[in-house]
Every structure is written in C-alpha cells, then in structure tokens.
Design a protein around this ligand. Structure first.
Ligand SMILES: *Cc1c(COP(=O)(O)O)cnc(C)c1O
Ligand SMILES: [Zn+2]
Length: 411
C-alpha cells in the first residue's frame, strides 16, 4: 500500500510546493494549498474494489491520502460512518430517498476527527511537536485527543462561551486551554500572533493543507457506500467549509480516476444559521468572496464562522455543482434536533440538525424533488448539547411509597 501524493498546489495561483517540508498557505498569494496525487498512475495500477477488502476505517483510502509512511498514522479508530435511510423523516418532509451520513460515531463525536487525525499524522511525519488551534470547540477536542495520542503538545483557543463539554474534554486530554473574548476569528488572531514566539504549528482550517484530505474521506466513503453512483444532493452544515470542499475534491479525484459509474455530480447545498450566514449572502449576491458577518450569533457553534478563510473555494463548489446556500433560524434548528430524534432515533448536533430544516425549505420551494436522492450530513452528536433540549423534568416515582399504598389497599 502506498500513497500517490505528489505535491501541494495553490488553489488560486497554481504554485507548486514541496510536500516533504512543513507548509501552511501559498507562499506567493496566501491562499489555501491543495494536495495533488499521481492519478494517471493510480488509475492504471489500482481498482477501488481493493479498498473494500480492507478494514472499515478512513485509512483504507491510503492511495488518495497524503501520509507517505503508514507508520506515521495516528489513529483512534476512525470507522467508516453509517449511511442510514430516513424513511419516517423523509415521509414527513416529502422525500422518498432521504439519507443521513452519521458522523457522530467518530472519535470525540464529530467529523472533526477525520481532519485532525490526518493533520496530526502529517505533523508526526513532518516532525512537528507543538500544535495550536482556534476553534468553536469540536476541532479543539479532536486536536486535543489526537495530539495526546501522538504525544504532541497542544494549545487550544476557544470563544469564551464554547460549550462546557468542549472545554472539559480538551482539558481531560491534557491540552492547554484558553478562552478568548470574541469569536473564532479573534482566537485565530491570537494563534497567529503567538506562532513565532511559542513555536507552535497553526492547525487552523485551510491554513494547514491536510485537514481537508481527512474530510475528503467522507466523499470517498459516500461514493463507495452508494456503489460509486453519487446522490442528487448533499446537504452540508458549512462553517469553515472543509467538508464541503473535501466532498467535491473526492468526487473530482474519483471522476478523474474513472471510478464513478456516471458523470452525475451532486448539487452541494451549504447550510448556515440566520445569525451567521456569510456564504449564503455572498452566494445569492453573486460574489466570489464573502464579506465578514457582523455580530455573529447562533446556537450552532460550528457554523459561527463570520469570514471563512476558504470562502472562494466554497462558493466555487456551490456554483460548479449547481447547488445553493440556505440559512435557517435557531428555532428551526432546535425543532429539527427533536424531530430527527423522535422520527428516527438519531442524535444530531445543532449544525447537523440544521440540514433537516434546510431540506424542509428546499422541498417547499421546489428546489428538491420528491424522488431525488438527498443526503444529510450529521456532523456531530446531540450528546454535547443536551442543555439545549428544554422540557419539564420527568416525574419522580417512589417505589417504596407505592408498595405501602398497595398494602393499605389490600388491608
Ligand atoms: C466544524 C463543524 C461544522 C462546520 O464544518 P466545516 O467543514 O468546517 O464547514 C459543522 N458541524 C459541526 C458539529 C462542526 O464541529
Ligand atoms: Zn498562490
């Protein structure tokens, strides 16, 4: 088994960069770098059926992943995640072929595990010893866990109001945790400022080239799970956009390899929150770049990214795929969390649940047709957010009191 990774290439100016050295963004223009593979050779020497015979983890796609030496892989068991049909929810929403890719089964309970497993593996391969990240919470958790596994020093910077579960898990995994006044962008500036002084490597979304390759495995898995025939639409909760761009990169690579059964590509649908929707706004205004969103506010922390660094890549994918971008309110998100749990028994984070609310809108508007194959991406678990589910406390029963009452009744 070997990797066909050849080099990094700037997504904007095409500049090639040496993959044997530590890289961040393009040295010429500062835009994100993309991993490139020798697809021509791979196409001649391999077939995707061989992937299916390997253990069911994201590492089965070794040929299309950037780790050169297998011994550098840092793993906590990144299982292939279930692709589940949603018949009851589909019926309620007016769709006959609705699916959910459930990323809650990954280490630390979100799909951030994919990206950070890859980034930390590459840190090991490149000899990096100290890592730092600005994060809404889940990326920090995943980095803390993988850094612990690899024996790296880890520094995480969270918005002041990041969920308790995120803060405590990072601490439990031995990371140095800091809370920052403001949002993820403010945390990002602190990481950048401290880079030289503290000698840490910045694992921010798209400022490090390999998290994207980890997220790309979602697209490889989905294609394999649907027998190399892609669905009509993928509904994706979009913060930094790693997954959306990663899905598309997977489809481009599989297409170039000639391993997809048809030319059809899914419409990529970006889901955002009404309180922070820079991509939705830029998409509908026909722009190539997003303006920073002022006063970002939503219960979906992973979507609270006022200015995604990869905005151009995200918008390009939405347009190339014939997709769209839709924002929903926090109230709709909360209702959807409960609806998904009640209809199907599935536990979605606010970000994952937002996809349900968006589908409801797009069916009503006629953008999605009744018999189209639509996949929702559940990015994280409800278990970190149980405080959001309101309701009366369940009644307390007293078995002892009940027994004595029964006694009296008999007597
Ligand atoms: C980070 C995160 C997102 C956004 O993911 P991107 O790929 O960066 O757009 C969505 N949902 C959850 C639960 C997240 O943690
Ligand atoms: Zn460039």
């Amino acid at each position: 088994m070997k990797s066909y990774f050849t080099h990094l290439e700037c997504s904007a100016c095409g500049q090639a960069c040496d993959p044997r050295r530590v890289q961040t963004t393009c040295p010429d223009c500062g835009q994100p770098l993309l991993a490139r593979y020798d697809l021509a050779t791979l196409r001649r020497s391999f077939s995707p059926e061989r992937w299916e015979e390997r253990p069911a983890t994201m590492w089965r796609y070794r040929e299309l992943l950037p780790v050169f030496d297998e011994r550098n892989i840092v793993s906590l068991g990144e299982t292939i995640t279930p692709l589940l049909p949603l018949p009851r929810l589909g019926e309620a929403l007016g769709l006959t072929d609705l699916w959910l890719k459930d990323e809650t089964r990954l280490p630390t309970g979100t799909f951030k595990a994919r990206g950070l497993a890859m980034a930390v593996s590459k840190c090991v391969e490149l000899g990096i010893k100290r890592v730092a990240i600005p994060s809404a919470g889940n990326a920090a958790e995943a980095l803390s866990a993988y850094a612990a596994r690899a024996g790296l020093e880890c520094f995480v910077f969270l918005p002041e109001d990041a969920p308790l579960a995120n803060r405590r898990v990072c601490q439990a995994a031995g990371a140095r945790v800091f809370r920052v006044k403001g949002l993820i962008g403010d945390a990002g500036r602190l990481v950048q400022q401290g880079r030289e002084e503290h000698g840490w490597f910045d694992v921010s979304t798209f400022k490090e080239p390999y998290r994207l390759e980890g997220k790309k495995t979602m697209g490889l898995e989905l294609a394999e799970q649907f027998r190399w025939e892609l669905p009509d639409a993928i509904v994706y909760p979009t913060g930094g956009g790693t997954g959306l761009v990663g899905f598309w990169k997977a489809f481009e690579e599989l297409g170039a390899l000639g391993w997809l059964r048809s030319e059809k590509r899914p419409q990529m649908i970006a889901v955002q929150a009404e309180g922070c929707a820079p991509i939705v706004r830029a998409f509908h205004e026909g722009r190539d770049e997003a303006e920073p969103w002022e006063g970002a506010r939503t219960i979906a922390g992973g979507l609270r990214v006022p200015k995604p660094f990869a905005d151009r890549l995200i918008l390009r994918v939405l347009r190339e795929s014939g997709g769209t971008a839709v924002a929903v309110s926090d109230r709709e998100i909360l209702e959807s969390m409960k609806q998904l749990a009640r209809a199907e028994g599935l536990l979605a984070s606010p970000e994952g649940a937002a996809t349900v609310a968006v589908v409801r809108k797009l069916v009503r508007e006629g953008f999605l047709q009744r018999d189209e194959r639509v996949v929702l991406l559940n990015s994280g678990t409800l278990l970190k957010h149980v405080d959001l589910i309101e309701g009366p406390e369940p009644p307390v029963l007293d078995a002892a009191a009940r027994r004595s009452r029964d006694h009296e009744d008999q007597g």
